[in-house]
Design a protein around this ligand. Structure first.
Ligand SMILES: NC(=O)c1ccc[n+]([C@@H]2O[C@H](COP(=O)([O-])OP(=O)(O)OC[C@H]3O[C@@H](n4cnc5c(N)ncnc54)[C@H](O)[C@@H]3O)[C@@H](O)[C@H]2O)c1
Length: 333
């Protein structure tokens, strides 16, 4: 298998590449990443000399580059995206370019150069919007709440439309909130671990009652591998570990693992449009592809806290105003 992974220098993509190269000794991977702000070449330092791995710096919205790359591979997993909701509020333009035009460019390159190629497009639970009771299933309507989720929802529509009209072998995954090693320090879990271990106040948006459905990144990565190998064309697969927690609960659990006092918690102004609760039903991927999560939230969070404590050298250079500002969407990037 020759695989093109886009966005492989980011959080989930780098975990995916490391996992695949470890598990499938005969596979080769091309990692295409524009090295945007959320990426970090240090994420894959340990495998950069592996002869089965090639890194290409470039943009998925570059049609000529995409045409060259899709010809060389059997499958594509598209992780590349602008991914941070706070940033999408202050500057949505880049989100349109990467998350919509980028996906359109991949689809057009496939259609024109290699229509047989397998595509797994990585979407998100945020396309459904929030839900107060129950859990979203794949056939539910999309109702995005932020510029980020609006661009991701647009991309899903493009993938479905192209797959049906041009008979492309494309599937979509929609996963809940990930956490684990190599997550950029501006996201809730790493930010909390880092700030608390630096002795700084830990900001919690609003009253901290927003609920997220958490999954350890390795479980997500195995789910994507399953969809790549066994998923059906034009199907959407929800991916969830069913571990719902309020943001406040998450922050308190991290402080406990770090043996820090809850007085570090500081409630700050809520993010505009903040979805109250996300929840996914992932029965379909369990039934059809036999995927199940392996990590409970308790186990995954403990591993994650330990990883950040052991890898200060990885995150220290990344600590800037995004981590230090309590309400970063106001920074006007
Ligand atoms: N993090 C989560 O909790 C979560 C949950 C569900 C879905 N997702 C989705 O998973 C994917 C990966 O998320 P992540 O958390 O690893 O994000 P990330 O920000 O850590 O990584 C994204 C990577 O994509 C690259 N990139 C962005 N635009 C690009 C472009 N135009 N061309 C080439 N590379 C580009 C960036 O440089 C970065 O390395 C995204 O599509 C995201 O929407 C994330």
């Amino acid at each position: 298998m020759r695989l093109l992974v886009t966005g492989g220098m980011g959080f989930i993509g780098s975990n995916f590449i490391r996992y695949i190269l470890e598990k499938h000794k005969e596979w080769e991977i091309i990692n295409l990443d524009k090295l945007g702000y959320g990426s970090n070449p240090a994420n894959l330092k340990d495998i950069e000399d592996d002869p089965r791995y090639i890194f290409v710096k470039g943009d998925i919205a570059d049609f000529e580059l995409m045409k060259e790359l899709v010809k060389k591979v059997d499958a594509i997993v598209n992780f590349a995206a602008e991914s941070h909701v706070d940033r999408s509020i202050s500057s949505p333009d880049n989100f349109l370019r990467s998350n919509v035009i980028g996906v359109y460019t991949i689809l057009e390159a496939i259609r024109k150069e290699n229509p047989e190629v397998r595509l797994v497009h990585i979407s998100t639970d945020e396309v459904y919007g929030d839900i107060l009771k129950g859990s979203f299933r794949e056939e539910d309507a999309i109702m995005p709440s932020s510029p980020y989720s609006a661009t991701k929802a647009s991309a899903d529509a493009l993938v479905l439309g192209w797959a049906r009209t041009y008979k492309l072998n494309a599937s979509i995954t929609r996963c809940t909130n990930n956490y684990g090693p190599y997550q950029f320090p501006e996201k809730l879990i790493p930010k909390t671990i880092i700030r608390a271990s630096m002795g700084l106040k830990v900001p919690v948006y609003g009253t901290g009652e927003n609920v997220r459905d958490w999954i350890y990144v390795e479980d997500h990565v195995r789910a994507v591998e399953n969809v790549l190998l066994r998923g059906e064309p034009r199907e959407i697969y929800n991916i969830s570990a069913g571990e719902e927690r309020t943001n406040l609960e998450v922050v308190k659990k991290i402080l406990k693992l770090l043996r820090k006092d809850e007085s570090l918690i500081e409630f700050v102004e809520d993010r505009p449009g903040h979805d109250l609760r996300y929840s996914l039903d992932s029965w379909k991927i369990t039934r059809d592809l036999k995927w199940r999560p392996r990590y409970t939230f308790k186990e995954g969070l403990k591993r994650t806290v330990e990883w950040y404590l052991e890898n200060r050298k990885w995150w220290e250079p990344l600590v800037d105003e995004r981590v230090l500002h309590p309400t970063p969407w106001k920074l006007g990037w």
